[in-house]
Design a protein. Structure first.
Lengths: 258, 300
């Protein structure tokens, strides 16, 4: 098959997954609406808090919520969505057609990326319109690199969760049970400056802090020159590799695991 | 011409349970082969191995010249699969589902033609979750045919249908044979196999226990019935399956009709009697099937 044909198939799969996403209210709510609600609630509650240099709370919180939404679009979306698709036999049906397996998965991931881009844009827009968030352009390239690596890592980990789960009904609990505590430990909601040392170390081990940290820093107006933390990208890359290993070893297309 | 499907000594075990114990058969181009058998006989296992979903433990398998377990895209491009139960994104419409699933085939039938073919024309823009069970099954069939396949697998295509829906599906499947498709179908309905198949193999406990057309399946197994009436007091000769006398009517059960008839006609000629209303009734497929499956159950 030609590259053009693959591209056309991938485009079709991405649009297909977007369509299914928008028609599944629960998925749309958890992925898009929840981060918006958090952004509004936290910004209203901490709205008067002035952060270093007189910047608004949302200058730091909007990027954090953007990462939260991006992880939701990739990690949770894939872990839950693909598990249910497998349980219902959708994956089995797909496997019986000539659609290449990687195109199917890439279609799901690309659809997740699209949701992530939408929600990141939405966070910044809302933050800018209502909560004094100011766009910082100097480090946009950095933000983009971090975003790409982050999405790739959390997509792989979402599929890895799906690979080790044998039952879709446990997937929302598993995905959120991993994601939400990780979000707290990684300082997404609350700064961890005064947290105990072990909690900080725990956050260092997991990949989310290495996504949210440099992504947030890219929108920190105090940095005037570009910064890129290679060590953060390195930790995410390791997790990406780990996810890939789990997927190759355990992922099945058949509902009964054959 | 080599057969479309050729299976030699296929075996499959699940742990210590034998699902298929050395099954061999072929399907020729344009032929409809039915694998008939009770639930749990190994029909779905056999078909899913041929579709490439499962790996055989042993045996030589060739489907359209491919080993299904490694045939890949090129192989799946030429087959159509209608599984027994498969999910689909219920929030899609019929047309959207056909469009997206048909997209990956190199040859594809136009969506509208498919919708017409399976009789869903009134439902093209309805969400799948609003369809009845029978309509969903017809969508499955449409999706199986989307790539204009040379070989179609139908795993229990009408299970759970009401009689009229079953008739409609049969008409559809007959339409496929007119298009020259090769069809491998499994069913546990006798009338379905009889109605649709050129050839039937009966699978029980993972082995083929009978093979033939609906007409020849019973030969040498279940008995035919020979009956006639005689006037007078001569008692017809004793054979293995009779006689059973009901008034003047004589009936025999016979597994070797030709030689039994020879004995009876010789007997009648010698005595100068007529075998009025002589009739040989073949066993119904149901008799044959119950006999065969009953044999396996009591024997194994």
């Amino acid at each position: 098959m030609s590259a053009r044909r693959y591209a056309s198939l991938l485009w079709g799969q991405t649009r297909h997954n977007n369509r299914v996403f928008w028609r599944t209210p629960a998925a749309a709510f958890f992925t898009l609406a929840l981060p918006v609600i958090f952004l509004i609630l936290f910004s209203v509650i901490f709205g008067d808090v002035e952060v270093d240099g007189g910047y608004s709370f949302s200058q730091f919180f909007a990027p954090a919520m953007a990462v939260f939404a991006a992880v939701s679009s990739s990690f949770s979306n894939l872990a839950i969505g693909v598990s249910y698709a497998r349980d219902q036999g959708v994956l089995k049906r797909v496997r019986g057609t000539p659609l290449p397996a990687w195109v199917y998965m890439a279609g799901r991931i690309c659809s997740g990326v699209w949701m992530a881009v939408l929600s990141v844009g939405l966070m910044f827009l809302l933050g800018w319109a209502f909560f004094d968030f100011r766009m910082v352009w100097a480090n946009l390239g950095t933000a983009l690199v971090v975003f790409v690596v982050g999405i790739a890592t959390f997509s792989a980990l979402g599929l890895a969760v799906c690979a080790v789960l044998k039952n879709a009904d446990s997937s929302p609990a598993a995905a959120n049970g991993v994601f939400l505590p990780m979000a707290f430990v990684s300082g997404i909601f609350i700064q961890l400056d005064d947290a105990p040392r072990w909690l900080k170390i725990l956050g260092d081990v997991f990949p989310l802090k290495h996504f949210a940290g440099p992504f947030g820093e890219a929108f920190n107006p105090l940095h005037e020159s570009p910064i890129l933390g290679w060590e953060h990208l390195g930790v995410m890359a390791l997790w990406l590799l780990f996810g890939m290993v789990i997927i190759t070893r355990y992922f099945t297309w058949d509902p009964r695991g054959e | 011409m080599s057969p479309v499907v050729s299976v030699e000594n296929l075996t499959k075990n699940y742990g210590s349970v034998t699902a298929l114990a050395g099954v061999s058969f072929t399907v020729d181009e344009g032929e409809v082969l039915a694998i008939l058998g009770p639930n749990g006989a190994g029909k779905t296992t056999a078909v899913e191995i041929l579709e490439g979903y499962r790996r055989a433990d042993g045996g030589d398998i060739s489907v359209l010249g491919h080993d299904p377990s490694s045939g890949g895209r090129e192989f799946r491009d030429r087959i159509g699969i209608v599984l027994q139960e498969t999910g689909i994104e219920m929030v899609l419409t019929v047309r959207e589902a056909i469009d997206i699933y048909a997209r990956s085939y190199s040859r594809r039938l136009p969506t509208d033609e498919l919708i017409d073919l399976v009789g869903l024309d009134g439902k093209a823009d309805a969400r799948i979750k609003t369809l009845s069970g029978g309509q969903k099954r017809r969508l499955d069939l449409a999706l199986g045919l989307a790539g204009d396949p040379e070989l179609v697998f139908l795993d229990e295509p009408t299970t759970g249908f009401d009689p009229s829906a079953r008739r409609k599906s049969w008409a559809m499947i007959e339409g496929l044979t007119e298009l020259g498709k090769t069809i491998l179908l499994t069913t546990h309905y006798l009338d379905e196999a009889q109605h649709l198949a050129d050839r039937i193999i009966v699978l029980a406990d993972g082995s083929i226990v009978a093979e033939g057309t609906a007409d020849t399946l019973g030969e040498g197994r279940a008995a035919s019935t020979i009956s006639f009436t005689v006037e007078g007091s001569d008692r017809p000769p004793r054979l293995e399956g009779g006689p059973v006398m009901t008034g003047h009517t004589v009936t025999y059960r016979s597994t070797s009709v030709t030689s039994d008839l020879l004995v009876l006609t010789s007997w009648a000629t010698e005595r100068g009697v007529d075998l009025d209303g002589l009739e040989v009734t073949r066993p119904s497929l149901e008799d044959v099937y119950l006999h065969i499956v009953g044999e396996t159950e009591s024997g194994g």
